[in-house]
Design a binder for this molecule. Structure first.
Ligand SMILES: C[C@H](O)[C@H](O)[C@H]1CNC2=NC(N)=NC(=O)C2=N1
Length: 278
């Protein structure tokens, strides 16, 4: 720490290049950062690049790992090739052994999905596979809590590999989570459908705008029908696979969650469905 100098020392460059922590009238004005500071800055930059690189998905040895196609169905096992990490959620990370040095950054859409599902903090960062494994073993999935409800889930990209249309039986099971919706079969293809009666034409469009916002946020889109000025219906299925996938149920659940009672006509009779449905 350099203070104002009482006497004029022989000029020593290193003295003057150190940043002054404090000093009255110190003649030193930090000209450049010390080597150690520059090294720390470079390290921080490398860390930021690391995190940036892996934002889009877990990268192990240059292999992008997407868990998007993995359906979380409750107890199961997470395993890395050769490393069983923790028993929870039927998620599989098909990853090789990590070849990186001490610091691994897992800031990835895949883990973000796990964050969302299991309430773990986002931007997870682990120093090693061991600490990741320990984290997984302690996160809520280890207690095998019931899977997260549909409305809290996130749609996965429709182009995800291995995405297949679900069976009628699976659809019948899942439909119970989205009151007001029903399954329609068209030439062997399943889709979800629901109808409403709006108070008027504009309120019908207003509801569709709210639905459109949800669809855009999810990257998954419904078919919207508005006929007879106030009769609304929505059909949902996954076009890329010509059938139903979990995405469709997530979207339906999020549509059900839109606060839009004031846009619909009250039911003339008290039905089991929320108000506003026809
Ligand atoms: C590129 C874009 O993500 C895809 O085309 C998405 C858009 N929204 C979609 N919505 C629905 N319902 N099915 C799809 O297959 C689909 N694909």
């Amino acid at each position: 720490m350099l203070f104002g100098l009482g006497h004029a020392p022989s000029f020593n460059k290193s003295l003057y290049s150190q940043p002054t922590a404090r000093g009255v009238g110190s003649p030193c004005t930090p000209k450049s950062k010390s080597g150690r500071e520059r090294e720390r800055e470079r390290e921080r930059e490398r860390e930021r690049e690391h995190a940036q690189t892996h934002r889009k998905g877990l990268m192990f040895k240059g292999v992008r790992v997407s868990m998007a196609s993995a359906l979380i169905r409750g107890a199961g096992a997470i395993s890395c090739r050769g490393n069983s990490m923790a028993s929870c959620g039927s998620m599989s990370l098909g990853v090789g052994h990590l070849s990186w040095s001490h610091r691994l950054y897992f800031q990835a859409q895949t883990l973000h999905k796990m964050d969302e599902l299991y309430g773990t903090p986002s931007n997870l960062r682990f120093k090693s596979m061991t600490s990741l494994s320990r984290h997984l073993a302690t996160s809520s999935c280890a207690s095998q809590e019931a899977p997260v409800e549909l409305v809290k889930k996130k749609c996965i990209p429709c182009e995800t590999k291995n995405l297949r249309p679900m069976s009628r039986e699976s659809a019948e099971t899942m439909i119970e989570q989205i009151p007001g919706w029903s399954i329609v079969e068209d030439e062997g293809k399943l889709r979800l459908t629901r109808a409403w009666k709006a108070k008027n034409f504009l309120k019908g469009l207003e509801f569709f705008q709210l639905v459109a916002d949800v669809a855009e946020a999810e990257g998954h889109h419904p078919d919207l029908h508005l006929v007879g000025w106030n009769k609304l219906s929505i059909d949902i299925w996954t076009h890329s696979i010509g059938g139903l996938a979990e995405n469709d149920f997530i979207l339906a659940a999020k549509i059900n969650a839109i606060p839009a009672e004031d846009l619909f006509r009250k039911l003339s009779h008290v039905g089991k469905q929320p108000s506003g449905t026809s």
